[in-house]
Design a protein around this ligand. Structure first.
Ligand code: PLP
Length: 508
């Protein structure tokens, strides 16, 4: 593996990551000069099983034509039955060939290559099998467009695994990671394993009340924290990286504006840290419910609507982007990818070689050949748009029901009209009674247990004790698993009823 020494941010990479150098025992031994070796030696080198030993000889995969091809069914039992019913009429299916070399050879230029059984079930390249790895690069060029040239990609075992690997490439023991005070806490728990320290960044979030624009800002807090680092975080080294979920933030469901991303990137330059952007929800982007939803997006309109990301604004390789197939394909494939400067990807590749190796060949076959069956990148984007439309319908149903609920109309609660992602924030108005804040949220949780709706308390997804006490007066509502829109509307009513219970003794 060649080392790219031209990386501007080399000093921000971990010593362990930089010191790894995986040497494969396959390497052929050097021959003396002018030695005449056999031109075609018999290769009995690797422990690579002959594919005819593999018990799997054929695979057939059926695809849904779209999410919920048979529509919604409100009766849970009927719903369970349709989940197991025969595929819908216009469903696609494909056979995985034992050997696809001929098909791939004769295919047209822009055909997405298939992975066959012979290759897919064999040992393979650590960064990913060629067609799927090529897809991650095509997707990056077409959809993500990093602002610098020297980027590369590598497959991971999903977004969380990608985060761990990015952290591993950056942190030495005792280094500091910045993270949003409300965040996807399982990911930052890697800190315990790698030994880095986490400092939380306070956030301001203004949910939409009557159709206004939701705002999520923290750049000023970040700036203050960094400018006064020595007094705010005495004895700690300056942070090496910032872990951020910019779009469809988990748990808040907010997205950062372009101006905000630019401010944060300026701070990263001024204070010299990397940005690790985790974007599993970026493709589930919506309009506010006050606008007529456009369910008929073309792939071009869809890409344009995504706007700029940290990595598309970055010109020096400061941003590492984590991608996941979990939210737009299926979590069980345990596959995602990282886009980063080729030097960062080099370190991550070395670590992958000594840890997880590549994602499962079966996952790569099914994922890659689905993309192929859908018609390559454009067809796959069409599938993502379908998934996004499903979440848009869900978001609209839930947000409208909450906006029209008694508690919101009375000003006792607010709802965030999420711009992106799987989560909607429902904020309980605790008024000025910050001292009563924790008490009220506990009462609210009890009330929801009574009215019958389960959500996640904001405080459970916080890394800051102060935020838990002072700013966690919200719950995260997931749009993901409800069987239909009616369930979400009923959930909205039950959440609102729970707030009303809190106020039942008020004279208002
Ligand atoms: C912000 C964030 N990152 C990563 C993950 C994990 O994704 P994956 O299933 O790809 O590991 C999640 C899952 O909910 C998430 O919300």
């Amino acid at each position: 593996m060649t080392q790219s020494t031209q990386y501007k941010h080399e000093h921000l990479l971990s010593e362990k990551g930089k010191s790894r150098s995986f040497t494969h025992f396959y390497r052929s031994f050097p021959l003396p000069d002018n030695f005449k070796a056999h031109p075609k030696p018999l290769e009995l080198v690797g422990g690579v099983p002959n594919f005819q030993i593999f018990p799997v000889e054929s695979l057939k995969v059926g695809l849904r034509s779209k999410p919920f091809p048979n529509g919604y069914d409100t009766d849970a039992q009927v719903n369970a039955a349709t989940a197991n019913a025969a595929p819908s009429k216009d469903a696609l299916s494909f056979d995985v060939l034992v050997d696809a070399s001929e098909v791939n050879k004769v295919a047209e230029k822009d055909h997405h290559e298939e992975i066959d059984i012979k290759t897919g079930l064999q040992y393979s390249n650590t960064p990913g099998m060629d067609p799927l790895l090529k897809f991650t690069k095509d997707f990056t060029k077409e959809v993500i467009h990093p602002g610098y040239e020297d980027w590369n990609t590598i497959l991971t075992l999903g977004g969380a695994n990608g985060a761990y690997k990015a952290f591993e490439a950056v942190f030495n023991e005792g280094d500091v990671l910045l993270a949003q005070e409300f965040t996807f806490t399982p990911v930052v728990q890697s800190a315990k394993d790698i030994g880095f320290d986490i400092v939380s960044v306070p956030m301001d979030f203004q949910p939409t009340t009557k159709g206004g624009k939701a705002e999520l800002t923290y750049a000023d807090h970040l700036s203050k924290l960094l400018d006064n680092w020595a007094t705010e975080q005495p004895g700690k080294p300056k942070p090496k990286a910032f872990y951020v979920i910019p779009d469809g933030q988990n748990p808040l469901g907010f997205s950062e504006s372009l101006e905000h991303k630019k401010k944060v990137l300026e701070l990263a330059e001024k204070h010299d840290f990397l940005i690790i952007e985790d974007e599993p929800y970026a493709y589930l982007n919506f309009q506010p419910v006050t606008e007529e939803p456009n369910f008929q997006l073309t792939t071009k309109e869809f890409i344009e609507a995504l706007g700029d990301s940290y990595i598309s604004l970055d010109t020096t390789g400061r941003v590492i982007r984590l991608e996941s197939f979990s939210k737009v394909y299926a979590p069980g494939v345990r596959t995602g990818f990282i886009v980063g400067h080729k030097r960062v990807i080099e370190l991550i590749t070395e670590y992958t070689m000594v840890s997880t190796r590549n994602p499962s060949g079966l996952s790569q076959i099914v994922l890659n050949n689905t993309i192929s069956a859908l018609g390559g990148l454009q067809g796959y984007l069409g599938w993502i748009i379908n998934v996004r439309n499903e979440y848009l319908k869900r978001k609209n149903a839930l947000v409208l029901a909450l906006q029209h609920s008694e508690s919101v109309k009375k000003g006792w609660a607010y709802v965030n009209d999420a711009e992106c992602g799987m989560f909607v924030t429902f904020v309980v108005n605790t008024g000025d009674a910050e001292s009563k804040h924790e008490y009220m949220m506990n009462e609210f949780r009890l009330a929801t247990a009574q009215t019958g709706v389960l959500t996640v308390s904001g405080g459970n997804l916080s890394i800051s004790e102060e935020a838990k006490k002072e700013r966690a007066n919200f719950v995260r509502i997931s749009l993901a698993s409800a069987p239909d829109l009616k369930t979400l509307e009923e959930a909205a009513k039950r959440l609102s009823d729970a707030v009303v219970l809190l106020h039942k003794d008020d004279k208002q």
